[in-house]
Ligand binder design. Structure first.
Ligand code: SAM
Ligand code: SF4
Length: 395
């Protein structure tokens, strides 16, 4: 197949290790499994080569994302082995966006230079807050100075495309501490900012503290004010809000996340990772111990698997056309500026969006919730606040 006809593919790699479990976090990640890192990297490389073989020559990888967990707990050599496995198993664009998530505590100039040398060209740094009190409440491994040093180290090491993650809507957080966090963020001049509204997840320390009355419940109205403040400050500083929770300097949108919001193919590898490729949505089993064992057994068995499945796939199901259309609309409506690209929709599903949902789209356009143009359909600002009313007509 000609290079330009290859389908764009994104690769997500889940690294399930953390130095400390943060009080709010329910991700599939573990703090006392360091002894498993070496066999895990080997197992992940095996899974990469199995999936790559299954993908065949149909795809061209344009983004790779090492997420977690804390990928920065891996050595640059281990990151290099993983990227090498991707490069030898898939056709990878020479200018692919290759991101790793990092904890500020792990980033030295030498580390950043070395991961840069093995291919990392974007870093997503977990800043969370500039308030020392909030960072302590989160059980983070770093203080605000470490965030400042981490950003400098990344740039001096040559990794210049930087995202900072921030959390808002946290118990005891005030508009003033949030404003200070945003001001500190702007001083650091990241290329991209992701805002996360605190979600009190089952099984986390923070949820238990709230349930036992040791912490007040998060205040939704205050969280909404924090979101508005962030919108004003980021927009005034020249950041473009391209998705409900994501801002970027022009040209610095995260291509990997755009792949999810366009509902295009991505493979998810590593314990607990999710994927959607070749019309199949699936996830990998969650336990890193079982993951390593299964991949070891599979190495000896040398069986063939139907792409994108592997021996560590826990569940997989075919997503029918109607469901794919609904998912494409729900994900695409998160894109505040682009919305749903009507030409791409027609090419993918063989029908115009207005032929499928014309009546409800016209109704919501009439009530000021949707903007309908020749090129796209997207939510208005009011539509974003009432998005559940619009989206329920698409499912
Ligand atoms: C996988 S983590 C990022 C990288 C690295 N593990 C770190 O924390 O520094 C992705 C982001 O999700 C956000 N997050 C995790 N749990 C959350 C929760 N319960 N509510 C809101 N945001 C959360 C945090 O902002 C975190 O940086
Ligand atoms: S927020 Fe990041 S560092 Fe903290 S436990 Fe979750 S994945 Fe690990």
């Amino acid at each position: 197949m000609k290079r330009e006809n290859l389908l764009p593919l994104s690769v997500y790699l889940h690294i399930p290790f953390c130095g400390v479990k943060c009080s709010y976090c329910a991700f599939n990640t573990y703090t006392s499994l360091d002894h498993l890192i070496v066999p895990f990297v080997e197992a992940l490389c095996d899974e990469i080569s199995l999936v790559g073989r299954g993908a065949g020559e149909k795809y061209r990888v344009h983004t790779i994302f090492l997420g977690g967990g804390t990928p920065s707990l891996l050595t640059p050599q281990q990151i290099g082995m993983i990227l090498q496995a991707v490069g030898s198993s898939f056709a990878v664009n020479p200018d692919a966006e290759i991101t790793m998530e990092a904890n500020p505590a792990d980033l030295t100039r030498a580390y950043c230079a070395q991961v840069g040398d093995v291919g990392i060209n974007r870093m997503s740094i977990g800043m969370q807050s500039s308030s020392e009190t909030e960072l302590r409440l989160f059980d983070r491994r770093h203080d605000n100075d470490a965030v400042i040093r981490a950003v400098q180290s990344a740039r001096q090491g040559g990794v210049r495309n930087l995202n900072l993650d921030l959390i808002y809507g946290v118990p005891h957080q005030t508009l003033e501490t949030w404003r200070a966090t945003l001001m500190q963020t702007l001083i650091l001049q990241p290329d991209h900012v992701s805002l996360y509204a605190l979600s009190l997840e089952e099984g986390t320390a923070m949820r238990a503290w709230v349930e036992r009355g040791k912490l007040p419940s998060p205040d939704d109205d205050l969280a909404a004010d924090m979101y508005d403040l962030a919108t004003d400050m980021l927009n005034s500083a020249g950041y473009v809000q391209y998705e409900i929770s994501n801002w970027a300097l022009p040209g610095r949108e995260c291509l990997h996340n755009l792949q999810y919001w366009y509902n295009l193919d991505y493979v998810g590898l590593g314990p607990g990772a999710h994927g959607f490729a070749a019309g199949v949505r699936y996830h990998v089993l969650r336990s890193p111990v079982r993951y390593v064992e299964r991949m070891k057994d599979a190495r000896d068995a040398a069986l063939v698997y139907d792409f994108p499945r592997t021996p560590v796939t826990e569940e997989a199901h075919v997503v029918e056309r109607d469901e794919q259309i609904a998912e494409t609309l729900i994900m695409g409506m998160r894109l505040t500026q682009r919305g749903i690209d009507r030409a791409a929709f027609r090419q993918r599903f063989g029908s115009d969006l207005l032929d499928i949902h014309g009546e409800s789209i016209a109704r919501h356009a009439q009530s000021g919730l949707l903007v309908v143009e020749d090129a796209s359909v997207r939510l208005t600002e009011r539509g974003r606040m009432l998005s559940n009313i619009v989206l329920r007509d698409f499912v």
